[in-house]
Design a protein around this ligand. Sequence first.
Ligand code: GLU
Length: 446
Amino acid sequence: MNVKELMTNLEAKHPGEKEYLQAVHEVLESVEGIYNQHPEFEKAKIVERIVEPDRIITFRVAWVDDKGTVQTNLGYRVQFNSAIGPYKGGIRFHKAVNLSMLKFLGFEQTFKNALTTLPMGGGKGGSDFDPIGKTDAEVMRFCQAFMCELWQNIGPDTDVPAGDVGVGGREIGFMYGMYKKLAREYNTGVLTGKGQTWGGSKIRPEATGFGALYFVHHMLNKAGKDLKGLKVAVSGFGNVAWGAALKATELGAKVVAVSGPDGVCSIENGMSKVMIDYMLELRSSNNNVVAPMAEKFSGVKFTAGKKAWSVKCDLALPCAFQNELNGDDAKELLANGIWAVAEVSNMGCTPEAIKAFQDAKILFAPGKAVNAGGVATSGLEMTQNAAHISWPAEQVDAQLHQIMEDIHTACVTFGTEEDGHVNYVNGANIAGFMKVAQAMLEQGII
Ligand code: GLU
């Protein structure tokens, strides 16, 4: 493999798909060395095949808003890779959704899912539908219209969507309702992140954030440190940020910053449990702002237009969106003494930010390892659905913790450099890639 040549060809084929090209570039750079030691991969053109999705389904979603006006959105499902299991990955509703974004997410998902140790391929879907400011009834009508198009392409052994940015329990419920009506089957395994009275796994809502903190715990332990007393900055206030803030606090850290598109709330004494719970209220208000937290609680200071990365902390946890932490943010964090960063959002840091952290030799772990607990618990939900049983929370949590520990071990195995430093980016990319590549090789040219 020659990364430069491959990237030139890919850029010519997919001009302007910048998130997708960024994600591919990062993985190829990590795996180039080991790939070139495997002539059988080169012969089977594994890399040329692995960077292209198996197929992409695109459709129009027409629905009627509360004023009676017809709205038209675009819907997609990118079925990226099914070498190790049915396509699996979330659905994102956000006004900026486009094919490049979903291809990057589907590509990342393929390797993330391979890291979980569970048999899941990679997929991602979504729409440019903007949930901000929409009523429940509008969200329901949109979800129903979206599922009317998608339902024939998914199934428990075909493709299993779940939530992502803009899609939580409410949306999964509406989509499942329409799926069930169309398919005339009570097939809970078709979607994960369901309500817990009708097939959803215990701990699934917490899983991405909890899993991230279990990973961080092992990363810090390996470096001879721990979470107690650490100051943590978190971006976002959705499900993922909530779970991360909750577990960080339970493990003895102090969440001193939480941010949204409107600005940052700094909390000198760290978030209390009621403040953490309030994050979910902010999310469900559909307004996408954190400012009300400062009005509601004393000891919270809101600064408009600033990110969580402007607050002095030991550990940064980007939990919102891709490329939310850039080179300048990294410089500011480093100047303020940061010494660990774990991406909880997918591709939360720009390449410049990652380089700055790696050059500074601080601990840095990538999203596909850190946030894999969400999809791993979706995998556990699929298992429970297939067996028509429901496991207690303690059992799911214990399995989630074990999976995160195993992912950490895989990163260390594949990412330890000669000087003993662990390059978690390389470790995660190589471990995930090798598993998928080997499966593709064994399944022939398809
Ligand atoms: N959207 C989540 C992710 O990025 C979860 C996917 C799932 O549970 O299938 O991994």
